[in-house]
Design a protein around this ligand. Structure first.
Ligand code: MRU
Length: 355
């Protein structure tokens, strides 16, 4: 499976997802500014992947510091985290990763500066390794929900490219691979994460996959070509409302109408329990040119306005279950979210470990 992010020779290396599926190339980041740009321009994307990237970005901010006090390092960590937090607003995982680095710096503020630097690098490594274990656990927990011979629809890319490895929604698909007859892949306009990234991953993994335009999903449902839907998430509020890639909400409405189970797969780090409902989730507005063009070519007239909200919110009432590393939250509600998230990890020993 693809190694989406790796830390080599003191630099963060990211698969350049803007070039896929045509070209496979790593981009090297050596500074927080380069990390900020890589998140903003979607060289790296997907909620867990940008959380891990942000954590390494914080380390890169202090990597070159020599002969300074521990206090200087802690202050720089806070500043860098604040800066990286301005790159993209919706995915909770980004802020979660940054907050974890800041907490690590503050908790170890009594140590010598060189020790603290090592601890911060190890924390970023731990976040990456934990994500791998979490995705496997999500895959395993979700695989029991996939009936034999299932045809599954997914939207956007919630695979290895969106995480450290394996994915969340695609993790469920990989874990249930032997029981799945076909995966239908929404192309996911305007950035085409489905057509470019999910299609690439599934074909590489030898999974029977069929690409559809976003507006074909309801028709496929009406023709009984879809048995269940599984998607990822960028932020989930305390009551289970889920922000995910634009178009997810319409898939959920269509699934409800056709009586098809609709699952969300996400790590606990995607939950934002400070938000009572999905109405409070900040939705990123991206450049209208993403809508007005395709493959760098204008597909409409210059003078037209275009809207480009990058995410939408699916109300909890449309969600059959949220698959986490801690278990499945069926018919999500405030109390059910709390019960499952309080249960603690059911994944392997590696999850939750600190370096
Ligand atoms: O704009 P993107 O490509 O970062 O949006 C990604 C998604 O919406 C994914 O479905 C979500 O982050 C889950 S990734 C495991």
């Amino acid at each position: 499976m693809v190694e989406t992010l790796r830390f080599r020779n003191g630099k963060l290396e990211l698969v350049d997802q803007r070039l896929l599926p045509g070209k496979f190339k790593y981009v090297k980041c050596d500074t927080p500014r380069e990390v900020w740009s890589a998140i903003k321009d979607m060289t790296v994307r997907g909620a867990p992947a940008i959380g891990i990237t942000g954590a390494y970005g914080v380390y890169l901010g202090i990597k070159g510091f020599k002969g300074v006090t521990t206090r200087t390092i802690v202050q720089k960590v806070i500043k860098t985290a604040e800066y990286l937090a301005t790159s993209r607003p919706t995915a909770r995982n980004l802020f979660w990763g940054l907050e974890r680095m800041v907490k690590t710096a503050k908790d170890n503020g009594g140590l010598p500066a060189c020790e603290l630097k090592k601890i911060l690098l190890n924390e970023a490594h731990a976040i990456l390794e934990e994500d791998k274990a979490i995705c496997r656990a999500i895959g395993e927990n979700g695989s029991f929900l996939v009936p034999k011979g299932a045809r599954v629809l997914t939207h956007c890319n919630a695979g290895a490219l969106a995480t450290a490895d394996y994915g969340t929604a695609l993790g469920v698909i990989y874990s249930a691979k032997d029981r799945i007859r076909e995966v239908l892949v929404d192309e996911t306009r305007p950035v085409l994460q489905g057509a470019r990234l999910t299609a690439w991953e599934l074909v590489n993994e030898g999974i029977n996959a069929t690409l559809i335009c976003d507006n074909m999903a309801a028709y496929m449902m009406s023709k009984k070509r879809i048995d269940l839907v599984v998607v990822g998430a960028d932020r989930i509020s305390a009551n289970g409302d889920t922000a995910n890639k634009i178009g997810t909400y319409s898939v959920a409405v269509n699934a409800k109408y056709h009586g098809i189970p609709f699952y969300v797969a996400a790590p606990s780090s995607t939950f934002d329990l400070t938000l009572r409902s999905g109405a409070l989730i900040p939705i990123e507005e991206r450049d209208p040119m993403e809508v007005k063009s395709l493959g760098g070519k204008l597909i409409t007239v210059k003078g037209i306005h275009a809207a480009n909200p990058a995410f939408d919110v699916t109300p909890a009432g449309l969600i059959t279950g949220i698959i986490t590393e801690m278990g499945v939250i069926l018919k999500p509600s405030r109390s059910r979210v709390k019960i499952v998230l309080n249960r603690g990890s059911r994944s392997s020993q590696r999850y939750g470990t600190r370096a």
